[in-house]
Write a protein that binds this ligand. Structure first.
Ligand SMILES: C[S@@+](CC[C@H](N)C(=O)[O-])C[C@H]1O[C@@H](n2cnc3c(N)ncnc32)[C@H](O)[C@@H]1O
Length: 679
C-alpha cells in the first residue's frame, strides 16, 4: 500500500478479492491525466490543509515524518506494516534521501497523481463513506450529514455550493465519476482562481481531511421517550440490503426493510416466499466480531480492556470493537453501523425512578450490577487511554464514557448472535459472538417463520451463516426468528422489550426454610418444620443442590415447568415423614409435576398449598396491584415507565397463573381423596 492511499482508509476486509459479486463498475474509469509535479498559487488552500494533515503524521513535531510515525499512523488505521515496508514507502517519496519525509516531499506526494487500481479502489471506499444510501451518488444532504457527524459545522448551503462546483451533469449530486474528477482536480496543478475551482478544492480537501483526520463523535442519545421506533445513528443510513449484496452476500429479492408494528424496523416480505427458501446468506467477512478470524488484528488496548470484562457481560467485549469501528471514519462496517438504533430501551438507560418501578428484586440486582460495571469500566477505559498518543488511541482520541459503553453493550446484547466457533477437543465448539448485518434486522417471535442456519462442515461454502424460511411467508408478513425461549428478565435486560403472556416467564425465589415454614403455616399445613430438616431429609436437599457448599438456592416458579423440580421435590420430601416411602422413588420422579402424588395425596396437597402460600407472599412483595398498574398505563406514562410497569404486571401475572394452576390441582386431588376415602 502506498503512502497516498492513506487518504482513503482502506479496510482489509473490503479487499475486493475476498468478495464475490462486488457490485462496483470497474469499467467507468475517467480519462483524466492524474497529476503533474508543480503547484499553482491557487492551490494555497489545499496546501494549507495538507500542512495540517502533515502535522498529524508528524507526532513529535520535528518537521519530518519518520518510519516509526508512519508505522503508528498506519497501525491506527488498521494497516500494520513491517519496518521494511515502511522504509520502502518512505523511499518512494524521500526525494533528498535523508530517510524522512519532510513537508515539501509530503506536498509533492499528495499533489501528484498516482494512476493505479489501488487509488481507484481507495476512491471507491472514500466515496462510499459519503454515499450514505448507497445509490451511487452523493447529495448535498449526505455531504452535510457526513461532515456534520465529523464535527464540521458547514451549512447545507455550503455543501450545495461544494456540490455545484463539481456537478458536471447538473443533477445536483456527485456521481462517482464526478467525485473522482473532483479528487484529482483538487490535487492538480493547473487549478485556476475561479470560484468553481475553489469549491472543488474545498470539497476535495474537506472530504480528504474528513476521511483522514477525523473520528466520529461517540455521543449517545438518551433513550427515546416517544413510543415510535428508535432513530438510527445517522438520519440517512446506508442501504443495508445493497451493501450486503455488494459484499457478496445474498438477499432474497422479496425482502425489504420496513417498519414492523411496535418492534422498530424489521424485515418484511414484499412477495410470497415459499417454505425452505434461502432468505439471506452472509459471507465470512461481513459479521462484526471481536477478532476471532485469523487475520484480525485487534488493538492491544482493546485486548487488555476486554480481559477486564466479566464472562457474563461478554457483550461489552464485542461492544469495544463496535465502538472502535463506530468512531473510525471509513470503517468497513460503517454502512452497517449507520443503521443501528441511536438509543436503546434497556433498563440501564432508565431514569432511577423507573428502575425502582420494576419492583422485582432479581432484575433490580442485574440492572444495578450492569450500571455499576459500566461506571467502573468507564474509569478503567479512561485509565487505559489517558496517556496514549493520538495515533495509539483506539477511539481516535475520543472520550469514551459510561453511556457510550452502555450504547455499545446494548447494541451487541440486543443484536449479536453466538454462533459456533472453534471446535474444542471434546467435540463441542466455542461460542463465537458476532453481529450479523441485516440478519439482525429480524425481530423476535416464539412462532418464527424463519431460522438461522450456520453452515458448518459444509465443503466449498463461502457463506458463514444464512436465514431460511421455516414456513411459507405471505406478502407483507414480517420476518421473525426466535431469539430464544427466554424469560422477560432477559428480554428486558438485553433487548429492551417485554413479551406479554410469555410462556417462558417465571419468578425467581430464594430457597429458604424459614420462608417455607411461614408459607406452610399460612396455608394451614400441619407440623411444618422446613427450617430444621432431619438428617435423611438434609441428604435429599444436598442431592437437590439446596443444601451444602455447592448449593444453588435460586428456584423458580412459572415457565413451562410451572414449579421448579428441585423446589417441588424439596417440599414433597420435607412434608414426608417416612424415609422408606421417599426412598422408593428416584429424584427424577420426585422432581416431576406430572408424576402424580408420588408420596401420597395428602403430601401432594400440602406441598401445593405451601407453594400457593409462597406465591401469596411473593405477590405481597410488589407494592402495587395489577389493576393500579393498568390504570397508570391508561393515564399515559413515559416509555421507560411503561416498560417497567408492563414488566411487573407480567411478573405478577406469572405468580397468579401458578396459583390458579396449583389451586386447580389441589381441587382435583381433594376430589380424588374424597372418592378414595368413600370407596
Ligand atoms: C435484533 S434487533 C431487530 C431489529 C430492530 N427492530 C431494529 O429496529 O433495528 C432487536 C430489537 O428489535 C426490537 N424487537 C425485536 N423483537 C421484538 C418483539 N417481539 N417485541 C418488541 N420489540 C422487539 C427490540 O427493540 C430489540 O432490541
Amino acid at each position: 500500500m502506498g503512502f497516498k492511499s492513506l487518504f482513503a482508509r482502506k479496510n482489509k476486509k473490503s479487499d475486493s478479492s475476498s468478495v464475490q459479486n462486488h457490485n462496483v463498475d470497474h469499467h467507468t474509469t475517467l480519462d483524466i491525466p492524474l497529476g503533474s509535479r508543480s503547484h499553482s498559487v491557487n492551490a494555497r488552500d489545499q496546501i494549507a490543509e495538507l500542512e495540517q494533515v502533515f502535522k498529524k503524521f508528524d507526532v513529535n513535531g520535528d518537521g519530518k515524518i519518520s518510519s516509526a510515525e508512519l508505522g503508528a499512523i498506519m497501525g491506527s488505521l488498521g494497516e500494520s506494516s513491517t519496518e521494511e515496508e515502511l522504509q520502502k514507502m518512505i523511499k518512494e517519496v524521500d526525494a533528498d534521501g535523508d530517510g524522512f519525509i519532510d513537508l515539501s516531499e509530503f506536498i509533492e506526494l499528495n499533489t501528484k497523481g498516482v494512476d493505479s487500481d489501488e487509488v481507484l479502489e481507495n476512491l471507491k471506499v472514500a466515496f462510499s463513506v459519503y454515499d450514505i444510501d448507497g445509490n451511487g451518488s452523493i447529495s448535498a444532504e449526505e455531504l452535510f450529514e457526513v461532515l456534520k457527524s465529523l464535527g464540521d459545522d458547514c451549512s447545507i448551503a455550503e455543501c450545495r455550493k461544494m456540490i455545484n462546483g463539481v456537478d458536471c451533469d447538473g443533477d445536483g449530486m456527485i456521481s462517482f465519476d464526478e467525485f473522482k474528477l473532483m479528487m484529482m482536480m483538487g490535487s492538480r496543478t493547473e487549478v485556476d482562481s475561479s470560484s468553481e475551482s475553489s469549491s472543488i478544492t474545498m470539497a476535495a480537501s474537506k472530504m480528504v481531511m474528513a476521511s483522514l483526520t477525523h473520528f466520529r463523535p461517540l455521543t449517545c442519545a438518551a433513550a427515546s421517550s416517544s413510543g415510535c421506533y428508535p432513530g438510527r445513528l445517522v438520519a440517512q443510513p446506508h442501504d443495508l440490503v445493497k451493501w450486503v449484496r455488494r459484499q457478496g452476500g445474498f438477499v432474497h429479492q422479496g425482502l425489504k426493510i420496513g417498519e414492523d408494528s411496535s418492534h422498530g424496523l424489521g424485515l418484511l416480505a414484499s412477495e410470497e416466499i415459499p417454505k425452505g427458501s434461502e432468505l439471506i446468506s452472509l459471507p465470512q467477512h461481513i459479521p462484526l466480531r471481536f477478532g476471532s478470524l485469523e487475520s484480525d488484528e485487534i488493538h492491544s488496548v482493546l485486548v487488555d480492556l476486554a480481559q477486564k470484562v466479566p464472562e457474563e457481560l461478554w457483550a461489552m467485549k464485542l461492544g469495544l470493537k463496535l465502538l472502535q469501528e463506530r468512531a473510525k471514519v471509513g470503517s468497513f462496517w460503517w454502512p452497517y453501523i449507520s443503521n443501528l438504533p441511536e438509543a436503546y430501551s434497556v433498563p440501564i438507560f432508565f431514569p432511577g425512578e423507573d428502575i425502582k418501578n420494576l419492583q422485582y428484586a432479581p432484575l433490580l440486582y442485574q440492572v444495578n450490577k450492569r450500571c455499576r460495571f459500566l461506571l467502573d469500566f468507564e474509569q478503567e477505559v479512561r485509565r487505559a487511554l489517558e496517556n496514549l498518543k493520538l495515533i495509539d488511541h483506539p477511539f481516535g482520541g475520543l472520550d469514551v464514557d459510561a453511556s457510550s459503553l452502555g450504547w455499545a453493550m446494548s447494541a451487541v446484547s440486543s443484536r449479536a448472535f453466538r454462533l459456533h466457533g472453534k471446535k474444542l477437543p471434546d467435540g463441542t465448539s466455542e461460542d463465537d459472538p458476532m453481529m450479523l448485518p441485516l440478519i439482525d434486522m429480524c425481530n423476535h417471535s416464539f412462532e418464527p417463520n424463519a431460522r438461522i442456519v450456520q453452515e458448518q462442515g459444509v465443503d466449498n461454502t463461502k457463506m458463514l451463516v444464512k436465514v431460511v424460511a421455516e414456513t411459507a411467508i405471505k406478502q407483507n408478513d414480517p420476518l421473525a426468528i426466535n431469539y430464544g425461549n427466554l424469560n422477560n428478565d432477559f428480554f428486558l435486560l438485553d433487548y429492551g422489550f417485554v413479551i406479554p403472556s410469555n410462556p417462558y416467564d417465571c419468578i425467581e425465589l430464594r430457597y429458604d426454610g424459614a420462608l417455607l415454614d411461614a408459607a406452610s403455616m399460612a396455608a394451614g399445613v400441619s407440623s411444618p418444620n422446613f427450617s430444621a430438616p432431619s438428617p435423611w431429609q438434609q441428604r435429599f436437599l444436598s442431592q437437590l443442590g439446596l443444601e451444602g457448599e455447592a448449593s444453588n438456592l435460586k428456584v423458580s416458579l412459572g415457565g413451562p415447568e410451572l414449579v421448579e423440580g428441585r423446589l417441588l421435590a424439596a417440599l414433597r420430601v420435607l412434608l414426608a415423614s417416612d424415609v422408606t416411602e421417599v426412598e422408593k422413588h428416584d429424584l427424577k420422579t420426585l422432581k416431576s409435576l406430572s408424576a402424580e402424588a408420588p408420596l401420597g395425596v395428602s403430601n401432594e396437597v400440602a406441598a401445593f398449598r405451601t407453594m400457593i402460600a409462597l406465591c401469596v407472599i411473593a405477590l405481597g412483595h410488589f407494592p402495587t396491584k395489577i389493576m393500579e398498574d393498568e390504570s397508570l398505563l391508561k393515564k399515559g406514562v413515559s416509555s421507560s415507565s411503561e416498560l417497567a410497569i408492563q414488566f411487573r404486571i407480567q411478573k405478577k401475572s406469572v405468580i397468579i397463573d401458578v396459583m390458579k394452576n396449583l389451586t386447580r390441582r389441589v381441587k382435583l386431588l381433594s376430589q380424588k381423596e374424597t372418592v378414595t376415602s368413600q370407596d
